[in-house]
Structures are given as structure tokens and as C-alpha cells.
Design a protein around this ligand. Sequence first.
Ligand SMILES: NC(=O)c1ccc[n+]([C@@H]2O[C@H](COP(=O)([O-])OP(=O)(O)OC[C@H]3O[C@@H](n4cnc5c(N)ncnc54)[C@H](OP(=O)(O)O)[C@@H]3O)[C@@H](O)[C@H]2O)c1
Length: 337
Amino acid sequence: MTTEQPQTLSQNPLNSSLFLPSMGCGTWAWGNRFLWGYDESMDLELQKVFNLAVSQGVTLFDTGDSYGTGKLNGRSELLLGRFSREYQGIGQEKICLGTKLAAYPWRWTRHSMIAAGKASAERLGRPIDLVQMHWSTANYAPWQEGGLLDGLGDLYEQGLVKGIGLSNYGPKRLKQVYQRFSSRGIPLVSLQVQYSLLSTYAVTELGLKDVCDELGIKLIAYSPLALGLLTGKYSENGLLPKGFRGLLFRQLLPKIRPLLDCLQEIANHHSKTQSQVALNWCICKGTIPIPGAKSVKQMEDNLGAMGWKLNDGEVTELDKVANHLEKKMVQNIFQTN
Ligand SMILES: NC(=O)c1ccc[n+]([C@@H]2O[C@H](COP(=O)([O-])OP(=O)(O)OC[C@H]3O[C@@H](n4cnc5c(N)ncnc54)[C@H](OP(=O)(O)O)[C@@H]3O)[C@@H](O)[C@H]2O)c1
């Protein structure tokens, strides 16, 4: 299966196809006040982001039932549902809303997972296209996971979702879960992991890309701009985001300067931006990046990552510089082996 090809999931009662484009859009920020500074006045702009993305072929949107802070929990799904219903332009039929169901400690039966899927579909106002297990409980409560996975399988068999994916799984655990679904005749569509020039662990050390290729699973790269660090707009002596990101970036920026310089040099050569080069690197590695975007300007910029390719020498150069950095991005604690 190539990225642009539809994946036909014949055993699903919905009997429909999922389209995974070469790039998607992340929506963690849409409803998150604390980390991302969201407020409701941004909604009109976010709808424009959605419309522009779909019209330009970015038809995959990533959300989660845990997205949205405090009273805004579920906001990202609600917005995506509304935007997709109101969208009337080109590419409408290819829209793929992928949500992630959290492995909350109080969610441990297959029925609770079915209920969670139904609740997400209600917020979306349409069936979920791609339902993903947000993280594995293998590292801290292995007994919890079986029921949750079985519930995901039930959602698929009951025709309530078009496809199933995972998130934050390593190769060992992925193979086990793949077997579990295979025994029910259920295909696994995708796996999403933290992956960027500042976070290569999942592919370089865990070898996940090879395993995904072997199993016919698409690898989705989340936080492909390292939470905004790789855009080049932040600097230790200048602009820094508020809150946790500001603290983290202040520490990391002096250590990642060689990478930012290298990105800028390559960007100049192609008349591109640093973000476009960083996202194109993910595409060159055979992954589907899902950068978050909070404005039309950012989405326009990110769209410029598609339709061209870095050459092999540039990819190698970026790899080399990234490998020699003193510090990298912190790894998601839920990532398994
Ligand atoms: N499965 C998981 O456990 C998991 C974990 C994390 C994320 N995700 C998914 O992956 C998506 C993407 O990751 P992310 O949002 O963490 O980080 P990211 O994509 O690396 O960075 C996104 C942030 O960078 C800034 N930005 C984006 N495009 C830009 C541009 N062209 N120019 C300048 N600034 C730009 C924006 O923030 P500012 O403007 O505020 O800088 C934006 O919110 C999430 O939205 C979520 O859907 C999944």
C-alpha cells in the first residue's frame, strides 16, 4: 500500500475506504488552554485552517478524546466534527478523522472502550474514521490492555469505525497486538509515534519503520516540528512560548543550534522554510507527519512541505547533525518497546 492509495478494509461492515495522505494535521492545541494557549476566539481561524488543509489534500486530522483542557475536554473532537460537516469543498470525501481513545485507569473493560468510541463519535457527529489506542498500558498495568484492545476490535466489527491504529507502541508490543487483531481478521492501519529530527528514537533505536513496513502498517509522525522548536522562530535570547514549552525550549535551544543552522541552510537552497524542510525530512523517511497548526499562516507554510523531496545527501546531512546533538527532545513516557 502506498501513502496515496486508499486502503480497502473489506471485512468491515462499513465496507469503506480510508485515505491516508502524505501529510496530516494535528489538533492537540485545539481546545488546550494550558500548553497551547487556546481560547474560543480562535475557532473561526481554526475552521479556515481545516478548510485550507482539506482543499490542499491534507485530509487526515488527528485528535483524541483526552484533548481539551478542563471544561474544554472533547473540544478538539467537537470542532473537527463541526468543521467537517460544514466543509463543502474539494476533498470532502477523503476526510479522515482519527481519534485516540485514552487508556485511563478507570477504563479497563472492552465495554468501556466501546462506550468511549461511541462518545467520541457523538462529539464528532459522525462515525470515527480511524480509532487509535492512545497509549499502551504494558509498562505499568499490562492486565488492563487486553480488554481495551478487544473493545477497539468490537468497534471495528460492529462497523462503528473504518479502521484501527495504535499510538506510542514499540515493535515488540506492536507485533503482539498485530497478532491479537489478526486472529480476529482485523487489519491494523497505522501506528503513530513521536518522530522528528529531534526525536528519532522510535525509528533509529526501536527500528519501528521496518517493522511497520513488514506488517503493512503506516507510520505516522507526531510532534514532527518538536512542538515548534524546528520552525526556527524561537530562540534562547528572543521569542519563547509561554509556560512549559518556554522552559523546555530555553534549555534545548542552545544545544540544537547546529541543527537549526543546517535546516536554514538547506531551506535557503530550496527557497523553503525550516518547518517545510523538517516536515519534508519526515516524509523522506517514509512517515506521515501530522504537524499541529493554529493559524492559516502556519498551515500555508506546512503545506509547502509537500510536492517536493530533499535529496539523499541533504537527508544524510540532517541525520548526521541531528545524531551529534548534545540534547534532544524528551521522549513520551508511554512509549513501549
Ligand atoms: N499520540 C500521542 O501521544 C501524541 C502526542 C503529541 C502529539 N500528538 C499529535 O501530533 C500532533 C502534532 O504534534 P504537536 O502539536 O505536539 O507538535 P508539532 O506539530 O511538532 O508542533 C506544532 C506547533 O508548532 C507551531 N507551528 C506549527 N506549524 C508552524 C509553522 N509553519 N510556523 C511556525 N510555527 C508553527 C504551533 O505552535 P506555536 O505557534 O504555539 O509555536 C503548533 O501548534 C498533535 O497536534 C497531536 O494531534 C500525538
